[in-house]
Design a protein around this ligand. Structure first.
Ligand code: AMP
Ligand code: MG
Length: 518
């Protein structure tokens, strides 16, 4: 274990690549480089609100006790061996090429070596402007920082690949935001999150280099990324092999999101991790009611490009953008062929995952109609997804009639069922019970499988909203409780949170839908 201050940080990214080292923070295009060196802008009163002890243990970081250590987390102190930088990247946003974007309010402080070959980037979010801030201020409000801090940890404990969050610091400084984009800007408390991941590289880092015809930079970034993060990949075809692995990891990530009902909300290619991690938590949401068309992002209306049901297909579209960036290095046919493997990979993983959610011993082609029937039924009756699957674990092995079916699931239903919906549910459950009957595993093993695949606690937006409102008025109770609950999402330890979204939250901003304002 080592302190944030005494550690010798590595700065491989900075020392390897061409960078803009002027220190000029004026927003601008920075052709020819992969990053700009920056310095965090100090804040008036950094105070530690939250610390992820388990992650700290994993990385070997001592909990800060001195103000100077906390100052590192708030951007007020940069140690001697840190060379902070903001990365230059581009991206496709809502389907269109957006040009240069870059880390507008994130900056990597340095690389934390755990052991040789295990190195994590420590990155501040909200620590002030960079050359990539465009017209924004480089800051983050407490609201969005709490959401990023809690949700990255929640996803980790759910078993979903994700960047992590080590600390949450309040800055003592207000930040001006127009939360609803309606001309009513107001001050909100500011905060800084320190997030950590082996790498924050995005599809967009590669896309921008190709778009600007910086082929040497592109080739160098590819070589470095593969050697550092995919060391098992070598040989002539390594870039193609690597692309196939990115496809596979992305498919795995999409299956994980669909399993827990996570909707990212802004699947732009600058928000797609090259390591297949969930990255950049903004207007995300878990599904409450099962709705394939649900998007939590107000900017995503009316197109609903990033709706729950479209995420897997959008991921493939995004992989297509990454493929485009590789054209100077790999032939088009090989790229297209690789891209086509996505569907098979995704569906194979998806059905295996659904088998676990349903407690099946295995999934064969004959089970696919049942899974489709389940999805169609859920999409019709729109029960609370999380509660539905929890109740499914406890489903009685025989159901007397339609009424019994509805009544078993009553805590998951947002509306009373229409007669045809009730019939539909009953038919589904009858088929499901018949399939369970053919299981070669015991009922408790089947239920055990289901308990491992179906979370009981999810960090719902309305809970976050309440915790944030409380924090803004100086109360920490709910925030602390959520911080505990998210560590054990498959248990029955936090039954107070085991309930469907309350009626008042369904239309309230921040509880169902959110803007990108953060
Ligand atoms: P996002 O939609 O959060 O992924 O952000 C898209 C781009 O806008 C990225 O380049 C961000 O760094 C940048 N950005 C978002 N919010 C801010 C902010 N408050 N200050 C500076 N840049 C920002
Ligand atoms: Mg982003």
């Amino acid at each position: 274990m080592e302190s944030l201050i005494s550690k010798t940080y590595k700065n491989d990214f900075v020392t390897t690549f061409a960078g803009d080292k002027t220190g000029d923070l004026t927003p601008r295009q920075t052709p020819g480089v992969l990053y700009s060196t920056v310095a965090p802008t100090p804040v008036s009163k950094p105070a530690l609100l939250a610390w992820s002890e388990e992650l700290a243990q994993q990385l070997g970081i001592l909990k800060p006790i001195t103000q100077q250590e906390i100052d590192v987390l708030g951007g007020n102190f940069v140690t001697e061996s840190m060379q902070p930088y903001a990365a230059r990247y581009g991206g496709h946003q809502f389907g269109s090429w957006a040009g240069q974007l870059g880390d507008g309010r994130a900056m990597t402080l340095g690389e934390w070596v755990i052991t040789e070959g295990q190195v994590w980037e420590l990155q501040l979010k909200g620590a002030g402007p960079t050359p990539y801030s465009r017209r924004a201020d480089g800051r983050a409000v407490l609201r969005s920082s709490v959401r990023e801090y809690l949700m990255s940890e929640a996803m980790h404990y759910l078993g979903v690949p994700t960047t992590r969050a080590l600390s949450l610091v309040t800055t003592g400084e207000p930040v001006l935001r127009d939360m609803f984009y309606n001309g009513n800007a107001a001050h909100e408390p500011g905060a800084v999150v320190l997030r950590a991941a082996p790498s924050f590289l995005r599809f967009g880092n590669f896309e921008l280099l190709n778009a600007r015809k910086e082929t040497d930079n592109l080739q160098q970034l590819l070589d470095w990324t593969i050697a550092r993060y995919f060391p098992h990949i070598t040989g002539e075809d390594k870039v193609l092999t690597w692309f196939k692995e990115v496809i596979e990891r992305t498919a795995t990530l999409m299956v994980a999101w669909q399993r827990v009902g996570f909707v990212h909300g802004v699947m732009n290619t600058d928000n797609m991790s090259i390591l297949g991690l969930t990255i950049d938590y903004g207007p995300y949401s878990f599904l409450d009611d099962y709705d394939l068309d649900f998007t939590p992002n107000t900017t995503d209306l009316p197109g609903r490009r990033y709706a729950f049901g479209r995420q897997p297909a959008i991921a493939q579209w995004n992989l297509g953008c990454l493929a485009g960036a590789l054209l100077p290095v790999i032939g088009k046919d090989a790229l297209l062929e690789a891209l086509e493997t996505y569907n098979t990979l995704y569906w194979t993983k998806y059905y295996a995952m659904m088998g676990q959610k349903l407690g099946l011993d295995q999934v064969t082609a004959t089970d696919i109609p049942l899974i489709k029937q389940l999805e169609e039924t859920l999409a019709t009756i729109k029960p609370d997804m999380t509660i539905f699957y929890q109740l499914l674990i406890e489903l009685p092995l025989s159901l007397e009639n339609e009424q019994a079916a509805e009544s078993h699931f009553k805590d998951a239903l947002y509306d009373e069922l229409k007669p045809e919906e009730r019939t539909r549910l009953y038919t589904l459950l009858t088929n499901y019970l018949a399939r369970l009957n053919k299981n070669t595993i015991r009922r408790d093993d089947s239920q055990q499988l289901m308990r491992q695949a179906n979370p009981r606690f999810i960090l719902r937006n309305y809970l976050l909203h309440q915790a944030i409102e409380e924090l803004e008025s100086g109360k920490e109770d709910l925030f602390r409780k959520l911080q505990q609950a998210l560590k054990d999402p498959y248990s029955k330890n936090f039954e107070e949170f085991f309930q469907a979204r309350p009626g008042w939250a369904s239309q309230k901003a921040g509880c169902s839908m959110l803007s990108c304002s953060s």
